[in-house]
Design a binder for this molecule. Sequence first.
Ligand code: ATP
Length: 394
Amino acid sequence: MRIGIFGGTFNPPHNGHKKLALEIKNKAELDRIIVMPTFTPPHKEGKELAGGEHRIRMCEMMFTEDFFSISDREIRRQGKSYTYDTLVELKKEYPDDELFLIIGSDMLLSFHTWFRYADILSMATLCVATREDRVDYKQLLDYSENVLGLGENEIIIADTEPYECSSTDVRRQLSSGNDASFMTGREIYDYVRLKLLYESPFSEQKKLLREKLDDYRFLHSLNVAESAASLARIYGADEKKAYFAGLLHDIMKNENDEEMLKCIEKGGIILSRTEKYNPKLWHAIAGECYLRTELGIIDEEILSAVRYHTTGKTGMSLFDKIIYVADYVSAERAYPDVDVMRRLSFEKGLDEACLYSLQYTLKALSEREGIIHEDSLDFYNELIINKGESYDRT
Ligand code: ATP
């Protein structure tokens, strides 16, 4: 068998890793690939470096095809993860198989500094894929010939389009609160966020939310925060504040009725008749109260956006509308018209998007004989009147 060994920090794994592995599999005609995250000492783990168990779990999510297996060998072995030691062990375990070492071109160019690199070359064939535009095929061949002493047939170089992405790029996106799922896929992205693995904005509030919300609601809140920030960017509102309000909009959603009512009472709000009969509306009202009384938030824009994110109301500000719409278009939403709704919100304007979501919600509520809050009806009427198409005389 031809076995590839693909080591790395995988902190976290991304599409560049996957592309490298698949290209080398084809080029070197490998039968299987062992993906092996390196050990990192526990004292180094933290906001920049995820623990070994997490990196293993994320590799399982990234490398799903049958020919991949994920190995915790180096993590178990602890100490510095020398490829030489790993290959000696693997040579003993697979005496009749051919071993191939998979690396990106950046790694090749410093290969002569690796511990016992000549012994590594005697145990495994190097397989390299270009990682950056700057590094060309000829440069890699020159290096392997002149520095490593390898003939053209003693190294495998996949000279394909580089995929310029790194784990550092992923972590950088996360730390600015931007969606990084296009580099990792959604499953890993959600895992990273659920486990609070890397630096990201408002980490204190996220820790609190993690305690108060279930997994689904927590991810929803993060997604609404991201959508709100994107909408704020488009429509000229404060992105950071929109992210913050989106993040906290459902903070009371998983509380029981009694807790919500207590919080509403503490916030000094008296429920209207419609609200009393509709517990589904309480989390938004309780949310505003919680932000004010427990978190000491006094920014009226944030408080209002949280309070009216479910019903809407007349006279919604730009900021209110951003949070209202973000809640409908967040990344995990999958209702039938979500694409139309996304297009309207990002291309046609917030009023069009609000109207569309109101039509959808009001229809669904009336069909199941749910109670409709007057604020939603007023909001709907206001949008129609403002549109100037109000006088249907038929
Ligand atoms: P970091 O940004 O944290 O340094 P990284 O993205 O370089 O991480 P590693 O886990 O250190 O990822 O890399 C493992 C292996 O994958 C290395 O051999 C590296 O050269 C290769 N590699 C990483 N990203 C790419 C990519 N986009 N294209 C090709 N090879 C890659």
